[in-house]
Structure formats: structure tokens, C-alpha cells
Design a protein around this ligand. Structure first.
Ligand SMILES: *Cc1c(COP(=O)(O)O)cnc(C)c1O
Length: 201
């Protein structure tokens, strides 16, 4: 879901019944549409299982196979935007090129944050170039909500909320952004943390 289009996934090496992804994220379309690659036998076995009318994948699949239509009004603008996003994906050079741009974004983030004394939560060896989790400054004056709001007021949206038991914050590497924007984001983070008096550099 989070890495589709950037990290390779091969059904012969990672067996799965279904793979679900969406129009946003690494494909860089607008949000609003999901799609599924499913093993046809697994999908057929799921017939009648759905508790939801809208999310009934088997029904959607059979209806589309029969009529060539979505069961309900499709989000035409999202489909058009995804089509354009896929053209741009191929123009950029497909998976290897997008992987490299995100990997560069990730590396710039890690390097610039390290200069501020901010450590990443995961070891480099298992860090994917999608979103990076950093340990928050230890200072009691640090509050995630205030930090988030101040960074936002300066034009950068951090990933909302924290995932871990320990105090952390997360910054995305994906989207139509490059190293210059990553540097600007970290510079803004530094500015805000200095203002909150939780950074001594
Ligand atoms: C992005 C994401 C979602 C939400 O999908 P949207 O299309 O952005 O609403 C759900 N689960 C995971 C794991 C995701 O990465």
C-alpha cells in the first residue's frame, strides 16, 4: 500500500492473494481511488463474504467483467489524474527512477536531521525511503502538537501523529518533491525547534 510503485514486489517471491494500493502515495496521483491485484481463485472464494455493499470486491469484479462499467459512478477526475500520474511516472523512468529520487530525499533528511542531533528511529539498513521516524528532542518543552502546528504555519505538513510508544515524529519522503524541498523542510523544522528552545545547535 505505502510503497507500491517504488519498492519492487514480485508475486513469485512474495506470495500473496491480493495486493491493494491507491492512487495517491508513490504513484503521486490525487487520493480517492484504490485498486487490487488479486488471485482469481481467492477472489472467487470470497464471493458473498463482504459485509459492505460498496466494498464488495467480488461483485465489483464480476460486474465490470460483464459490463465494462464500475458499479457506481466512478470518480472520473481521480481516474483522469491517475492516468496522467502514470504517464509522469513512466516519463520519470518508472520504478528505478522514482526509487532513486525518494532514496535521495530520505538520505538528505537523515543527513540534515543528524546535523541537528536528531536520530532516526530505525537502523539505516531497514529504513525504506517512504517515511522516516525520528526520535523527538528530549527537552520537556517539546510538544508534538505545538511543533506540528508551527511547522505547518511555515508551509510544511508533517505526518500527523506518532506511531511508537517512545516520543517520535515522522517526515515523508514521497510525493512530487526533491532534495531541495527536503532541505527546506528540515531547515524549517530546525527553526521551529530552536524557537521552542529544544535545540541547542
Ligand atoms: C495510505 C495508506 C492508507 C490510506 O490510503 P488512502 O488512499 O491514502 O486513503 C491505508 N493503509 C496504509 C498502510 C497506507 O499506507
Amino acid at each position: 500500500m505505502s510503497s507500491f510503485g517504488v519498492l519492487p514486489i514480485d508475486a513469485r517471491q512474495v506470495p500473496f492473494d491480493a495486493l491493494i494500493a491507491a492512487s495517491g502515495k508513490c504513484l503521486e496521483g490525487v487520493p480517492g481511488m484504490g485498486f487490487v491485484f488479486a488471485d482469481k481463485a481467492a477472489l472467487a472464494n470470497a464471493a458473498g463474504n463482504s459485509h459492505s455493499l460498496a466494498m464488495d470486491l467480488f461483485d465489483q469484479y464480476t460486474y465490470m467483467a460483464k459490463t465494462g462499467q464500475w458499479r457506481f459512478t466512478p470518480p472520473t477526475h481521480v481516474v483522469a489524474a491517475l492516468h496522467e500520474a502514470l504517464l509522469q511516472y513512466n516519463e520519470e523512468g518508472g520504478l528505478p527512477a522514482r526509487y532513486q529520487r525518494y532514496a535521495n530525499n530520505c538520505q538528505v533528511q537523515l543527513d540534515e536531521m543528524a546535523k541537528l542531533g536528531l536520530r532516526s528511529f530505525l537502523p539505516a539498513a531497514i529504513q525504506a525511503p517512504i517515511i522516516v521516524t525520528f526520535h523527538a528532542p528530549k527537552d520537556p518543552r517539546y510538544q508534538f502538537k505545538a511543533f506540528y502546528e508551527r511547522v505547518k504555519a511555515r508551509g510544511f505538513i508533517l505526518y500527523p501523529g506518532k506511531l511508537t510508544q517512545v516520543e517520535t515524529f515522522r517526515v515523508g519522503c514521497i510525493g512530487h518533491v526533491n532534495q531541495a524541498e527536503m532541505r527546506a523542510a528540515v531547515a524549517t523544522i530546525a527553526e521551529v525547534l530552536r524557537e521552542m528552545e529544544v535545540l541547542d545547535t
